[in-house]
Design a protein around this ligand. Structure first.
Ligand code: UDX
Ligand code: ADP
Length: 464
């Protein structure tokens, strides 16, 4: 299609886990639009142009290939991209601030603000700017002020379109979302901009799933959705601690409560802790917002979700140490999985990171294996400790180890030959299933001492 025939020109700033897949889906579904994705990271942009994409996401390459070179383009040319776009999605990282006021809680908005200033200086026509990144409530208003403070007579309309995709199932979530939320100001130009964005998604998503709201509701809904999801995990994780003491089984409890349609059965898998780039960051954003507004009780209620998650990670390490006769010093411990969940290479906020650090402090010999996240694991732990081993093959990782700990629920780990693993390990051999994905009884019969989460331990000798 020649340039003039494209009915909309869309730019996305930020080619990460959100921007890349979202734009690939829009381009694949809407050949009539030109979609350009820009990033400052040259290596990342180069990788998007090959079959070795910079992120691992099932089904993503097929979607990219449908549109790449036709109406989907990856580039580092920010200024050119801004000039030609009618609609600009901003999908840059918004990590938690590590310095100054709000450190450890509020979002670091420097990347976002830089984008707004870049857009303002390069733009030669009016544009709709869409917030895709998770941002604190009221960012849209601040950005609108920065953008519209220009001497070119240009008008920028801000729309909030928070992303609800989950990694590992991003393609399914983008293709068939529960809902898409589009918030704007309720002025004439705001409503017009809102409709422009609705029109994009209406190309493949039924209208009744395209929800609209005012700007603040959209921004807040993203934080609240993630906080509610994380709250479910912390709730079931808190119960897992109780189950282990009273000989109840957390899976049975989750099943029993999940059958109540008011509760529902999703997000009730007890785990070693939730990770990912969103949950902790979004809760802390909510906490910070409440604190700044003087809502201290509300803030501390939500903060407890993060504290419970830290407790669960800590509890997992304690269980390992206590089971291994109260010392892991010089013991080889194989961590199966480093990604924060299965089917992704992403390790941001992965419980694996904290667990590795804790075990290293106790001077254990940690061996990490993961089918997709080893490169990120090495990067995260770079300079931390040269003694950590990174091994592709789980059998090799388990060889001569005292314990295996399942951290990520990769399918691969469900089908390994655990008799072989048992034979290779030091005795007594221990297995800690931080995801409850293995057949615990079978492992026990093989000879392992088995420590599931939130279920009675299966051990061959009296616990000390
Ligand atoms: C989340 C939200 O689901 C998504 O809507 C939002 O856009 C981004 O944040 P994501 O972080 O990719 O997505 O993964 P998610 O599937 O939500 O899992 C988050 C963490 O919770 C993972 O570490 C996962 O292992 C853990 N989890 C999830 C549990 O421990 N138990 C569960 O039952 C579900
Ligand atoms: P997310 O999970 O929100 O997509 P990522 O960290 O995966 O977060 O992606 C954000 C991307 O935004 C990174 O690839 C980063 O290089 C890019 N980025 C950050 N600031 C800018 C900027 N000013 N211009 C272009 N790209 C940027």
């Amino acid at each position: 299609m020649s340039e003039e025939k494209f009915t909309k020109k869309i730019l996305c700033i930020g080619a990460g886990y959100v921007g890349g897949p979202t734009m690939a889906m829009i381009a694949a579904k809407c050949p009539q639009y030109k979609v350009t994705v820009v990033d400052i990271d040259e290596k990342k942009i180069a990788a998007w142009q090959t079959d070795e994409l910079p992120i691992y996401e099932p089904g993503l390459l097929d979607v990219v290939k449908q549109a790449r070179g036709r109406n989907l383009f990856f580039t580092t040319e920010l200024e050119k991209g801004i000039k030609e776009a009618d609609i600009i999605f901003v999908s840059v990282n918004t990590p938690t601030k590590t310095f100054g006021e709000g450190a450890g809680k509020s979002a670091d908005l420097q990347y976002w603000e830089k984008c707004a200033r870049d857009i303002r200086s390069a733009a030669e026509s009016d544009k709709i700017v869409v917030e895709k990144s998770t941002l604190p409530v009221k960012t849209a208003i601040a950005m609108e002020r920065i953008l519209n403070e220009n001497d070119k007579g240009l008008h920028f309309e801000i729309v909030s379109n928070p992303e609800f995709l989950a990694e590992g199932s991003a393609i399914r979530d983008l293709e068939n979302p529960d809902r898409v939320l589009i918030g704007s100001k309720e002025t004439e130009s705001g409503l017009k901009a809102r409709e422009e964005i609705v029109e994009i998604f209406a190309n493949w998503i039924p209208r009744d799933r395209l929800i609209t709201s005012n700007l603040m509701s959209a921004e807040l809904s993203k934080l609240v959705a993630n906080s509610f999801l994380a709250q479910r995990i912390s709730s079931i994780n808190s119960i897992s601690a109780l189950c282990e003491i009273v000989d109840a089984d957390v899976t049975e409890v989750a099943n029993a409560i999940g059958k109540d349609s008011r509760i529902g059965n999703k997000f009730l898998n007890a785990s070693v802790g939730f990770g990912g780039s969103c949950f902790k960051k979004d809760i802390l954003n909510l906490v910070y917002l409440c604190e700044t507004l003087g809502l201290y009780e509300v803030a501390s209620y939500w903060e407890s979700i993060v504290k419970m998650n830290e407790y669960q990670e800590n509890r997992f390490v304690k269980t390992i140490t206590q089971a291994l006769f109260n010392t892991v010093t010089n013991k080889r411990i194989a961590l199966f999985g480093f990604a924060f969940k299965a089917n992704t290479s992403d390790t941001r906020e992965s419980p694996a990171f904290y667990i590795t650090k804790k075990l290293m402090e106790e001077r254990a010999k940690v061996v990490i294996t993961d089918p997709k996240a080893l490169a990120n694991a090495k990067r995260d732990l770079a300079g931390y400790n040269d003694a950590i081993e990174y091994v592709e093959d789980p059998y090799e990782a388990a060889d001569k180890s005292h314990a295996v700990a399942i951290i990520t629920e990769w399918d691969l780990y469900k089908t390994l030959d655990y008799e072989r693993i048992y034979k290779q390990m030091e005795k007594p051999a221990f297995i800690f299933d931080g995801r409850n994905i293995l057949d615990h009884q079978k492992l026990f019969e093989i000879g392992f001492n088995v420590y599931p989460l939130g279920k009675p331990h299966l051990i061959h000798f009296k616990e000390v």
